[in-house]
Structures are given as structure tokens and as C-alpha cells.
Design a protein around this ligand. Structure first.
Ligand SMILES: Nc1nc2c(c(=O)[nH]1)N[C@H]1C(S)=C(S)[C@@H](COP(=O)(O)OP(=O)(O)OC[C@H]3O[C@@H](n4cnc5c(=O)[nH]c(N)nc54)[C@H](O)[C@@H]3O)O[C@H]1N2
Ligand SMILES: Nc1nc2c(c(=O)[nH]1)N[C@H]1C(S)=C(S)[C@@H](COP(=O)(O)OP(=O)(O)OC[C@H]3O[C@@H](n4cnc5c(=O)[nH]c(N)nc54)[C@H](O)[C@@H]3O)O[C@H]1N2
Ligand SMILES: [Mo]
Length: 768
């Protein structure tokens, strides 16, 4: 594949704040590139994240009931423009490029061709995609599915599809006889979905948007907020103005949590100042050092509590909360006391005095929010990272009260909601009995495959068919080499998508590309215009109203495609009136309410509420849905988040894979990462100066990177540029998905199976 690079590479220091003029300039350039400058796109953006508008297709951050005039950020606007581009990728394009030729194109160039226009079928003889009618596509896919063992068929969902589409999709899979329902969440916050219930009995966070206005301290662990959820910078900025300390832990000095200039505030934009200082303290810890860092803070909190007891001052621990609500504190306390500062410092890369300072600030705050992202979840001990943040918050009663709580910052705009309405490979999380009773079919009760188990099945041949409701599975998963090679043995490969990506270029025996409407577009069905809904990171459900004309008259909506696939495959196997549901999506919402009454009461009425309606999260009210009905302290098994990687071996570095400011997951908008000062290329390896010297490299040199997993599998990415950067020794960083070929499939979070993409053992070699 051509590397992700251009002829105009520049690496420079970027000292400007996030937001500011850089943000606006970047948007105008993007509008021009997509042919949208004079197209009404600015009017469209005014409807983004508004109660009567559409929900942004980028991140999952909360949408306020009283939005700002511009309730969008630089990256949300980029996502809209990328989605609503004037470019079109129709049959002409496919007639002039073979699939083999396209495999050489970088990710950016594939998606840049624009919106897919009509259904296409892969022709092995010509090695090209060719147009096919919808009727023929559905008929043929149904016929293929009915020849296969349902257990060998995987139904993947990327986190963008609506609640309505997702609910129908999982019903279709289950009626067909499969519970192989992996989701992008398996690569993302599954460590949260597994770790949080063990501690607090809820798979989702406990914080709502208004809590940010009432907190008096915040933690950020491993989240690049300025890039991946920029609208969250507004409540953080407001909190900073109130003097709220924000303490950030990250191996990279990410700009967004350093300085921010609000592009929506003319006074700030016109003032020459550097913008708001977003983190009161920024602790540049070693990658994978979070358990150690949090143990250090907990240790210092215990020391402060000991001192308070001696002087008769009020306790620092919230003993009333611990006694009434929790279990396991004694074991946790013993673990913390038994861990030495020497180990904590060595593992975290931070100083005792700095962690004591954090503990002091924490001990003075009465309502604390713990925000986190992929820096905690994508490790071997990702679930223990999540436990540890719960432990730290629970020591001072910071769960289930106003202004406080745990705040996993989810990824895709509806990834959390999909799990809520049944997209899950774990049968115990799904109301199967209700489905069986309401829709008269016998669902598969065995556990299905998650994402990495799907990859294993593709490699060993037990997975025979893959249907993707969005996403770019082959590019997003680890072990790219083996997965791509084995993918070609699939019998059936179907992708429902808006734009061309690399996964579409790896055909099976029978391969279809089914183009769909984006939710920014109007969706007309028999009873008129339809709306959909999604759940944000704070468990609020919102309606989303399409606004733009469809990119092509031949596109179908995701719910419609799912219904037609179901009709072609399992028409007579349940009592579901697929056509009636499609005629009026309100009927799908009624069914969601019937299956999930606790969360979706009066769904059709309430989803129109400005700011959405909040799902019933019991832990937010200190009701713990754990087996012992308590909130549980869970001590970690080790200080190290990635214990089986021996980075002490000479020449082994731990690679952190990251996103740039110019991408949404595998969607690469461009080659500039303005906020990190990297222009014109993504083929960089960010390294500590001392490591560069120790390994005998020089700045700008081209190197190859290989896996240091030593498991007999060769993994290599060629042509990276040595780039000195502020990063702890022993760590290096580079972009996802280009570096995914280096991640072993087995290198994943225990239990949750999230690929450990933030701690990949690698070595550097110089090309001959
Ligand atoms: N514009 C834009 N928005 C997005 C996305 C996008 O690609 N582009 N993706 C969406 C999706 S699906 C997701 S999941 C989220 C992802 O949003 P994030 O959770 O922010 O994910 P990453 O970009 O992978 O960045 C993780 C951060 O963790 C830091 N980090 C790495 N290792 C460690 C560690 O061991 N400890 C700590 N404390 N920090 C560490 C990295 O330096 C980086 O700043 O964003 C969503 N929003
Ligand atoms: N090394 C490494 N690997 C990672 C990560 C990492 O940090 N490091 N992050 C992981 C994470 S957090 C995630 S969530 C996954 C992401 O994995 P995925 O969710 O599978 O990937 P995306 O890049 O979000 O999918 C992009 C594609 O979705 C399609 N698409 C866009 N909009 C729509 C729509 O409205 N409908 C439909 N049907 N299709 C649409 C387009 O065709 C586009 O090409 O990657 C994971 N992989
Ligand atoms: Mo994600």
C-alpha cells in the first residue's frame, strides 16, 4: 500500500491553543476541498446537535438542552463535510479501477472519492465492482446466508448506526441463528463495559452533563479531548473559570488539555492571549503507568487520612460512604499500603511528591469527575485500569452524587446505545426471553464472537461470512497481515457503507457493497419523513432529524437495508412485520420500549425532548446492581498494565497508537496533525530524544518497525520517519490504522478482549 505521506512534510513545534483561528482556517479549507463552500453547509452546521437537528456523526459527547448558536466543533464540522461532500464514487469509478489497483491506494484517497451511489457486486473475473439491483443483491445475500451455518456468520456493527437500525439488525442476526454480534465497542470501551459493572453495577458512566457545572475537581486519564470530544472543552473551560482544578495524566502533552481558545467567543478570539489553561496539572506519565499513578494517589490519600486521624481533623476518606455502600475496602487498603513508593515511581514514571500533590488537591475537593478514554481501556489490564479509577473515586465517595462520578468518554456517536438495544455477543446482557415471546422465534443462546474472536475465526476458517453495518473492520482490527490474507477465504462478504474503504477491497467468494443514507440526510418512507435516535456518552437519548437531500436517489436507509436482508433471509421465521416497521420508524421505537421498558418509557414522546432524556442508571443514585448489591473496591493484580511485555529487553519500545487531529478512526481527512505540529505525513514515529540517541538514529531518518512480540509471526511497517517528541523514554507513538499490522491478536485486554493498542512491543530496524 502507498504510505500515508505527501511531498510537503514539515515537523514543527505547535504552541497555539486548541480551537482559535487555526480551527476556523482548517474548516474553511475542508469546505473548499469537499466542494461545499457555497453549498449551504454552514446552514446545515447550524442544525448540528440541536434539539430539532441531526446528531453529529463524529463523537458521542453530550448534546445540551440549551445549545450554543454553534453547537459543533472543528472535528464535528469536518465529519459533517466529509459525509456531505459533493464528490461521488459511482459505477464509473469502479469501472475504471480494479480492486487490486485500489488496494495500493492510501485510506485517505479511497474515502476521498466521495459517497457511494448504488449497490455493487464484486466480479472475480474482471476484478471489479459492478452495479447490481437492490432486489438481486438482497436475493443473492439471503440465498447465500441460507446455505451457511449461522454460527459461522458474523454481524458486525460500527458505532454510528442508530438505535432503530441496531435493534432491527440484532433481531435479524438472532432470528437467523447467530449471536456473533461484535461491535466497534469491542476495540474501544469494552474494558469499561466489563470493568464498571464489577465495581458499580453499571456498564456505563454515572455522570450527566449538568454534573460538570457542579464538580469542584476533574481527572483526565488517557483522553485526547481537544481532538476526540472537543465540545467537552466548553464545560471544562467553564469549570476552569470557576477555579476548578483539572488534573491530566497522559504520556503525550496533548494540546487540547493544555490550552484552549473558544472559537465561539469573539472576545477570546480577538484577544492576543494564549487561551485558557485547561489542565491545572499535566502529569506526563509512562505509557501504561496509570495503575501505578492511581495507586500512588490512593497511598497519599491514605497518608492524609492517617494524619487527619492523629490531629482529630475530619477524615479524608469518605468512611460513611465506604461503610454503607461498598465492599472490599480493607483488601484494597492493604494492597495500597503494601505497595512501595519505589515501585510506584518506577512504574508510573512520576515523582512521589507530584502524586502527593494530586492527592492533596483531590482530598480538598468534594465533587470529583473521573474522565477517561482509550489511554486506560486499550491495555492488557484495561479493565483493571477502569477498576482502579473507580477505587480512587470511591475512596472519597465520588460516585452517585451531584457533580461527581465516573465518566468514560465513549467513541462513536451511538456506540453506547447499540449495546443498550441488544448489539452484544453476550446473551446474558440481552432480553432473549422477551424477544422469543414477542417475536415468536427461538434465539441462539450460546455466546457469540466478539471482534478479536471474529478475527481468530477468519484466520482459522471457522468464520465463513461477514456482514458489516458500517465501519472498516479489516483496517481497524489488529494483526492486519493475517486477517487480510485470511479474509479472502470468506464465502460471503457484505458491507453497508457510505464511503469506500480498505475493508471493501478484500473480497470473499461473494461480495456486495451496499450504500446507505447518512443520518444527516432526509429519510422518506411510506408514512413520510423518518427520524432516528441515539444515546450519547452520558446515557441521554436524542432524536436525530435528517436535513440534507440524499447523496443519490438509489441510496436506502440502514433500517430499510436491514429489513430487506431480513426478509430475504428469515422472512417466515418470526412474527416481525418488517415492512410495517420500515413504513414508520416510530413502530420500531415502540418495540424498543416494549423490550426495554426500564430505559425507554414513552420513547416516542421523550426522544423529542431538548437535550434528550436520561436513561435510568441506577449507580447514579447509589443503587448498585452488582451481585452483592454493593459498590466493590477491586485491587489490581499488578502495578503494570501490560505485564507480559518485557520492555526491559534492549531495543524494545512500547508503541502507543494514536489519532491525529485530521482523522476519524480509519477515516483520514488529511495529512496534517496541526496540534502536534506534524504536516504532510502520517508515517512518523514519535520518539524520546534519548532513545533516538541510544538506538543510534537521527532525526528525520527513515526506519522500519517490527513487532517485538517474539511469537514467530512477522509483523512489520516500513518507511516511518524518526520524529523527536516529548514522550517518556521507552515509549514511542505513531498513527492508527497505519501501525495496526504491528499489533498481535493475542495482545488484548484480559476478559474484555480490547486490543492493547496503547502498549505494543516493537523494535526499530534500519532498512538495508
Ligand atoms: N475527531 C475525532 N473524534 C473522535 C475519533 C477520531 O478518530 N477523531 N474517534 C472516536 C472514537 S471511536 C473514540 S474511541 C474516541 C477516542 O478518543 P481517545 O480516548 O482520546 O483516544 P485516542 O485518540 O486513541 O487517544 C488516547 C489518549 O490516551 C493517551 N495515552 C496513550 N497511552 C496512555 C496510557 O497508558 N495512559 C494514559 N493516561 N494515557 C495514554 C494518548 O496519548 C492519547 O492522548 O474518540 C472518538 N472521537
Ligand atoms: N491501533 C489502533 N486500532 C484501533 C484503535 C486505536 O486507537 N488504535 N481504536 C479502535 C476504536 S476505539 C474503534 S471505535 C475502531 C473503529 O472501527 P470502525 O468503527 O470499524 O471504523 P471506522 O473508521 O469508524 O469506520 C469508517 C467507515 O464507516 C463507514 N461509514 C461512515 N458513516 C457511515 C454511516 O452512516 N453508515 C454506515 N453504514 N457506514 C458508515 C464508511 O464507509 C467509513 O469508511 O478502531 C479501533 N482500532
Ligand atoms: Mo472507539
Amino acid at each position: 500500500m502507498n504510505p500515508s505521506t505527501t511531498d510537503h512534510v514539515k515537523i514543527a513545534k505547535y504552541d497555539h491553543p486548541t480551537g482559535g483561528w487555526g480551527s476556523l482556517k482548517s474548516l474553511i479549507r475542508r469546505a473548499r476541498a469537499e466542494g461545499l463552500l457555497m453549498s449551504g453547509i454552514w446552514n446545515t452546521l447550524l442544525r448540528q446537535n440541536k434539539p430539532d437537528g441531526y446528531m453529529c456523526v463524529s463523537c458521542s459527547w453530550a448534546k445540551p438542552a440549551e445549545p450554543r448558536p454553534f453547537e459543533f466543533c472543528e472535528n464535528g464540522a469536518k465529519a459533517t463535510m466529509w459525509d456531505q461532500t459533493k464528490r461521488r464514487c459511482g459505477p464509473d469509478f469502479f469501472a475504471s479501477h480494479s480492486v487490486n489497483e485500489l488496494l495500493d491506494w492510501p485510506d485517505h484517497d479511497l474515502e476521498k472519492q466521495g459517497r457511494l451511489l448504488e449497490p455493487m457486486r464484486y466480479n472475480e473475473v474482471t476484478d471489479k465492482y459492478e452495479p447490481v439491483s437492490w432486489e438481486e443483491a438482497f436475493r443473492s445475500i439471503g440465498e447465500e446466508l441460507n446455505k451457511l451455518d449461522p454460527k459461522s456468520v458474523v454481524f458486525y456493527t460500527s458505532g454510528r448506526a442508530s438505535l432503530e437500525a441496531s435493534f432491527m439488525y440484532q433481531l435479524f442476526a438472532r432470528i437467523y441463528g447467530s449471536s456473533n454480534l461484535p461491535d466497534s465497542s469491542n476495540m474501544c470501551h469494552e474494558s469499561t463495559s466489563v470493568g464498571l459493572p464489577e465495581c458499580i453495577g453499571s456498564p456505563v458512566g454515572t455522570v450527566q452533563l449538568e454534573d460538570f457545572a457542579h464538580c469542584d475537581m476533574m481527572f483526565f486519564f488517557g483522553h485526547n479531548t481537544g481532538v476526540n470530544a472537543p465540545r467537552l472543552l466548553h464545560p471544562v473551560e467553564e469549570a476552569r473559570r470557576r477555579g476548578v482544578p483539572v488534573i491530566t495524566f497522559n504520556p503525550l502533552p496533548e494540546r487540547g488539555l493544555k490550552r484552549f481558545k473558544n472559537p465561539q467567543d469573539p472576545r477570546e478570539m480577538l484577544s492576543p492571549g494564549p487561551g485558557t489553561k485547561m489542565s491545572s496539572d499535566f502529569l506526563q506519565l509512562r505509557g501504561g503507568g496509570d495503575i501505578a499513578a492511581m495507586t500512588g494517589i490512593a497511598k497519599a490519600v491514605l497518608a492524609l487520612d492517617d494524619a487527619a486521624k492523629q490531629t482529630g481533623a475530619p477524615c479524608v476518606l469518605d468512611t460513611a460512604f465506604i461503610e454503607e455502600h461498598t465492599h472490599g475496602f480493607d483488601a484494597f487498603e492493604a494492597y495500597v499500603r503494601g505497595t512501595s513508593w519505589k515501585h510506584i515511581e518506577a512504574r508510573s514514571g512520576l515523582k512521589q511528591a507530584d502524586l502527593e500533590h494530586v492527592a492533596y488537591v483531590y482530598s480538598r475537593a468534594s465533587a470529583v469527575i473521573g474522565n477517561y478514554g482509550m489511554g486506560l481501556t486499550q491495555h492488557r489490564h484495561g479493565t483493571e485500569n477502569v477498576h482502579m479509577l473507580c477505587n480512587l473515586l470511591m475512596m472519597r465517595g465520588n460516585v452517585g452524587k451531584r457533580g461527581a462520578g465516573i465518566s468514560p468518554l465513549r467513541g462513536h456517536s451511538n456506540v453506547q446505545g447499540q449495546r443498550t438495544v441488544g448489539i452484544s455477543e453476550k446473551p446474558e446482557l440481552v432480553p432473549l426471553d422477551k424477544f422469543a415471546e414477542f417475536y415468536r422465534f427461538e434465539p441462539q443462546r450460546e455466546k457469540g464472537r466478539d471482534t478479536v474472536e471474529t478475527c481468530e475465526g477468519v484466520i482459522d476458517g471457522s468464520v465463513k461470512a461477514f456482514i458489516g453495518l458500517g465501519g472498516n473492520f479489516v483496517r481497524a482490527v489488529p494483526e492486519t497481515g493475517l486477517v487480510e490474507a485470511s479474509w479472502r477465504h470468506l464465502r460471503l462478504h457484505v458491507q453497508i457503507a457510505t464511503k469506500l474503504n480498505r475493508s471493501h477491497l478484500i473480497p470473499g467468494a461473494v461480495t456486495y457493497l451496499l450504500p446507505c443514507l447518512s443520518r444527516i440526510e432526509k429519510d422518506r418512507q411510506a408514512t413520510g419523513e423518518q427520524h432516528v435516535s441515539m444515546e450519547d456518552s452520558t446515557a441521554c437519548i436524542h432524536g436525530s432529524f435528517g436535513y440534507r437531500p440524499p447523496a443519490s436517489p438509489k441510496l436506502l436507509s440502514e433500517p430499510k437495508i436491514v429489513a430487506e436482508l431480513a426478509k430475504a433471509t428469515v422472512a417466515a421465521k418470526s412474527s416481525i412485520p418488517w415492512d410495517e416497521w420500515i413504513d414508520d420508524y416510530a413502530r420500531i421505537r415502540d418495540e424498543i420500549e416494549r423490550c426495554y421498558p426500564q430505559h425507554f418509557k414513552d420513547f416516542n414522546k421523550r426522544f423529542l425532548t431538548p437535550g434528550g432524556f436520561h436513561r435510568d442508571i441506577k449507580a447514579s443514585n447509589r443503587v448498585w446492581e452488582t451481585p452483592n448489591k454493593k459498590a466493590n473496591f477491586k485491587p489490581p493484580t499488578a502495578l503494570e498494565t501490560d505485564p507480559d511485555v518485557d520492555t526491559a529487553r534492549p531495543g524494545v519500545l512500547t508503541l502507543i497508537t494514536i489519532r491525529s487531529n485530521d482523522q476519524f478512526n480509519t477515516t483520514v481527512y488529511g495529512y496534517n496533525d496541526r496540534l502536534r505540529g506534524i504536516y504532510g505525513t502520517r508515517m512518523v514515529l514519535l520518539m524520546n530524544d534519548d532513545d533516538i540517541r541510544a538506538i543510534g538514529l537521527r532525526e528525520g531518518q527513515e526506519i522500519d518497525v517490527i513487532s517485538a512480540a517474539d511469537d514467530g509471526i512477522e509483523r512489520c511497517v516500513r518507511g516511518l520517519r524518526v520524529t523527536p517528541y516529548s514522550i517518556p523514554r521507552g515509549n514511542c507513538a505513531g498513527y492508527y490504522p497505519e501501525l495496526n499490522p504491528l499489533i498481535p491478536l493475542w495482545h488484548r485486554a484480559e476478559k474484555a478482549h480490547v486490543p492493547a493498542a496503547k502498549s505494543v512491543p516493537v523494535r526499530i530496524i534500519r532498512p538495508e
